[in-house]
Design a protein around this ligand. Sequence first.
Ligand code: NDP
Length: 450
Amino acid sequence: MIDGDATSPLRAVLRAVVARDPHERSFHRAVHDVFASLGPLCEEHPEYAEAGVFARLVEAERQLLFRVPWVDDLGAVRVQRGYRVGWSSALGPYKGGLRFHPKVDLAGIKALAFEQTVKNALTGLAIGGAKGGADFDPKGKSQGEVMRFCQSFMTVLHHHLGEHEDVPAGDMGVGERELGFMYGQYLRLTRRYEAGALTGKGVGWGGSAGRTQATGYGAVYFLEHALHERDEALRGKRAVVSGSGNVAIYAMEKLAELGATVVACSDSSGTIVDEEGIDVELVKALKERRRERLSVYADERSHAEYRDGAAVWDVPCDLALPCATQDELAEHDARQLVGNGCMAVAEGANMPCTTEAIDVFREAGTVFCPGKAANAGGVSVSVLEMQQNARRETWSFDRVDARLHEVMHDVFRRCHETAEAYGSPRDYAVGANVAGVRRVAEAMLALGVT
Ligand code: NDP
């Protein structure tokens, strides 16, 4: 709930958001979840509301909605919708991933772009917030189909990109393969080798060492700090991780490296339970190279169990890391986790826990690491990639990882200290929302009404 009386500026802005686009429920929720933390900030800084900061913060600076026609392998013309929402450039160029998934729509992209703006501010780096994508499903498509789609998508988008304007990266359904096809088309259209126009590139063609691992590793670093603050450690803990994509794989890899045992992971079809510890190299081979379903894992590891259609949440664990998709962990899943003794939840994905699930964790005193803080490692290493591109440098994996460690420590410290200062000790969601919004708001005040 949003604090304050019915006339509070935050409530008024939220009402206006709902009235303006009544059908955009995922966007309403994103705004509500951030605004619910901002009561004390709003009281402390009446100048924000007076300058219309909150009203401006819930409106994108620009939204691109475009047709993406492509030809499939049978010669049929197909048409997808492409999106790129530039939310805020108060702190730097637009920065945020591109998602290819059949459920992508404008409300979802707006929600993610708004979240990204708060997240990027929280990193302390000089980047604004954005998100984009298309209702295209790369699953089951041939290499040629994916390439033609990516080229068509970039044919429209390239007009709006550049290191000083908007720098997309990958997200669900957009990995190194898709980014390669898009970057190739960008180079062909612009005739300029501007490596800084896109991040998440392959290491051999302008990418940064450690970008692939950054989001998953970063989420585990954040969790490690949160546990350490309670005199706990990862070593010896049982963990479950949802998903088996980029974020999930590298979260599992780092958890195992730091002494936890990951006993379950999933894809959108089902869950693998492996009491001996998930074989991350096998998951990488299945998902990154062979593009197989996760069920194949059980064919190759006879002691593992495949649960068709099941999620990971009812597998008993100490730590749960939702690393797959939005709204994948609902209230009943949260109760199940708490009932099984789960002590900490770290969101590798964006907005994977519903508002009700987060309330369950709050009531139970479960350590909760919100995505906008815990998964900030990916975008942070994207900034390191931009820095290397600008200086024509190539940094080692160890240098990037050391910097990722520092950034995640800073993000944790900001969340922790801000939560305490605003009367919600150890509530990292409050800490993240207040610290992120405050940094954007201060820049917006300084820049005048724009
Ligand atoms: P990928 O596309 O690489 O992987 C997504 C994974 O989630 C796949 O294994 C997919 O399975 C699985 N999945 C999808 N829906 C479900 C479901 N309902 N239940 C269980 N598993 C499911 O995406 P990423 O790993 O890149 O992204 C995952 C999340 O992390 C997203 O929310 C993204 O926004 C967020 N994120 C990603 C960053 C990055 O750097 N990549 C940065 C910050 C946040 P299947 O193959 O069956 O579809």
